[in-house]
Design a binder for this molecule. Structure first.
Ligand SMILES: [Fe+2]
Ligand SMILES: [Fe+2]
Length: 252
């Protein structure tokens, strides 16, 4: 919202100065020049990138990983499938490590990891809602139903987790100096795991839903067997599951 307001302010400034003559068109060029030259530059010398927003992203990523630990701890109370239990146990440990990694990033950026930010409150609220939904499912429904709720909670949580790290990696590419090195190191350590968390969890969620509907599931999902780490790979794995399903439907 803040960004769009900034843009509107800039465009109003330019509109007010629309040229009516050659000399006035120079005024407009001056304004464009001033707008470009005066674009906020971050401490690492990257024009355009906003330090405050990057700091907020780091803090909300940390908050999200902290919430992720609780999501996995609760999901493990809902899980029925042994292979999925093993998978989520591994993801829980990795998520705990991601919290530590982001603490190191905070240190490199001179940020207080406990600093309050409105975005953190939002992230915490969503995480708590996912945990609460799983508790409701455990109390109200069957074990299989609770497992499905847990799968969906994990996919929702991992979607943001994946997006956070993708954005952090993009920022690391633009930065220079010691902060760039710290952020790049963190992303290299975590990004591959986040790919697996998201794509494999989506596969589990889809196939366990199929099973619950009485449709032939492909378990473990192809994302697991093919060790999928990319969106293209995930799409291929989903197509492979569909082919297997059609073959098994034809045999029925
Ligand atoms: Fe994570
Ligand atoms: Fe994750």
């Amino acid at each position: 919202m803040l960004h769009s307001l900034d843009l509107n302010a800039d465009s109003n400034l330019l509109r007010r100065s629309a040229p009516t003559s050659f000399s006035e068109s120079h005024d407009v060029l001056d304004l464009v020049y001033i707008a470009i030259v005066q674009t906020p530059t971050n401490q690492q010398g990257c024009p355009g990138m906003k330090d405050e927003q990057l700091h907020d992203l780091i803090l909300q990523s940390l908050e999200h990983e902290m919430g992720g630990v609780e999501v996995y701890e609760t999901a493990l109370k809902c899980v029925v499938n042994d292979d999925l239990k093993e998978e989520w146990t591994k993801y829980l440990e990795q998520t705990r490590t991601h919290v530590e990694v982001l603490h190191s990033v905070c240190e490199a950026f001179g940020l207080d990891p406990n600093e309050h930010a409105p975005s953190r409150k939002v992230v915490r609220t969503i995480g708590s809602a996912l945990v609460k939904a799983m508790h409701v499912a455990l109390e109200e429904g069957s074990a299989e139903a609770a497992q499905l709720v847990a799968c969906e909670a994990v996919v929702i949580a991992e979607t943001k987790d994946h997006a956070d790290w993708e954005l952090l990696a993009k920022c690391a590419e633009k930065l220079t100096g010691s902060k760039a090195a710290a952020l790049e190191k963190a992303c290299n350590e975590v990004e591959d795991q986040e790919d697996e968390h998201l794509y494999h969890s989506k596969g589990w969620c889809r196939e366990l839903w199929m099973q619950s509907l009485g449709l032939p599931p492909v378990l473990p999902p192809p994302e697991e067997r093919k060790n999928v780490k990319t969106a293209i790979g995930a799409s291929r794995a989903e197509q492979a599951a569909e082919k297997t399903r059609k073959r098994s439907n034809a045999k029925r």
